[in-house]
Write a protein that binds this ligand. Sequence first.
Ligand SMILES: *Cc1c(COP(=O)(O)O)cnc(C)c1O
Length: 388
Amino acid sequence: MGHIETALVHGAIREGYADKKGAVNVPMYLSSTFHQESMDEFGEFDYARSGNPTRAALERAIAELEGGDRGFAFATGMAAVSACFMLLSKGDHVVITEDVYGGTYRFVTKVLPRFGITHTFVDFTDLAAIEAAITANTKLIYMETPSNPTLGITDIAAVVDIAQKANAWTFLDNTFMTPIHQRSLDLGVDIVIHSATKFLSGHSDIVAGLAVTKDAALSDQLYFIQNSFGNSLGVQDSYTLIQNMKTTAVRFNESARVAGVLAQFLQEQPLVEQVYYPGLASHPGADIHAKQSTSAGAVFSFRLPNYEIAKTFVGAMQIPVFAVSLGGVESILSYPAKMSHAAMEPEERMKRGITDGLLRFSVGLENEQDLLADFKQALEKAALVKTV
Ligand SMILES: *Cc1c(COP(=O)(O)O)cnc(C)c1O
């Protein structure tokens, strides 16, 4: 339906008036079971684990937004990620980006091996290394771009090409870009995954996950997993997500605009050793990102010299919440070493650039000048630590 901003507003709500009662918001069908007309006339819904009209409206909306075959709503982003991995079988091998989300890292390293599914972590900025990691059993290449927390960029089309030659699937965690700014399935990806907890819901209110399949064969398999595991999103959270998704484009675009200003500012500060933001010309993945995405996003990371300076900086910041997560209307400052990547062994963290001075910032919707002033005063306080 027209451009994506229009689809975001109208995608799910058409379901709301499909029942001819005209509600402009999708009703919450708080019903675990559904009456059937007769012994040989069963309706679309029978039991809410298998399908609920509110969740179905959300699932159809995300499928339309991603331009895919079928959408799936899960209880959390990790439920979406793990459900997709459950399409694999014993003996299968996964090639996966080494700076993957911490929870995905935990699932792939601690859970999948118990089911005989092996993996190889690779620096996904190195296409030759991806090809070299493929074995006869490789069934899946798993991407996340921009990655978390160092905003590494993977060339999606190039990886899809490698995967197709190897007869392997590609899944992509698109949480950082949303369907608005990165068209994963158009680039050939088989399944696109979101932690809808982040930008899609955008108010730090619910946890939710979404996945969209490119073609029908995978849709049937993923539906089977969703129904077997029973990890789908509840009705009230489905409603909340439908409502919040209507404003994702305006929220994301404004936050991304301010992120660009803040990242540029930080890059010019002597105390800041490095800024990771794909919108900066200095970012090694900037060109590839610009080729496959229409925004540099609303999240950046930056490196202060050490733990003490980072700690002083965090203590001095007034506006952001200091917390895990990202993508909220309130700016969120996080400390990856002890938050998103706490599940990772220290030597693995260091290898991925998640040092003791690394901070991540998710830009919310506060005033740009207020955020700049907050960064300035906190950096001034942090600079004093360096001199003692
Ligand atoms: C948060 C996040 C997840 C996990 O989502 P939950 O909703 O927390 O389970 C997965 N991938 C990325 C990139 C994330 O930021």
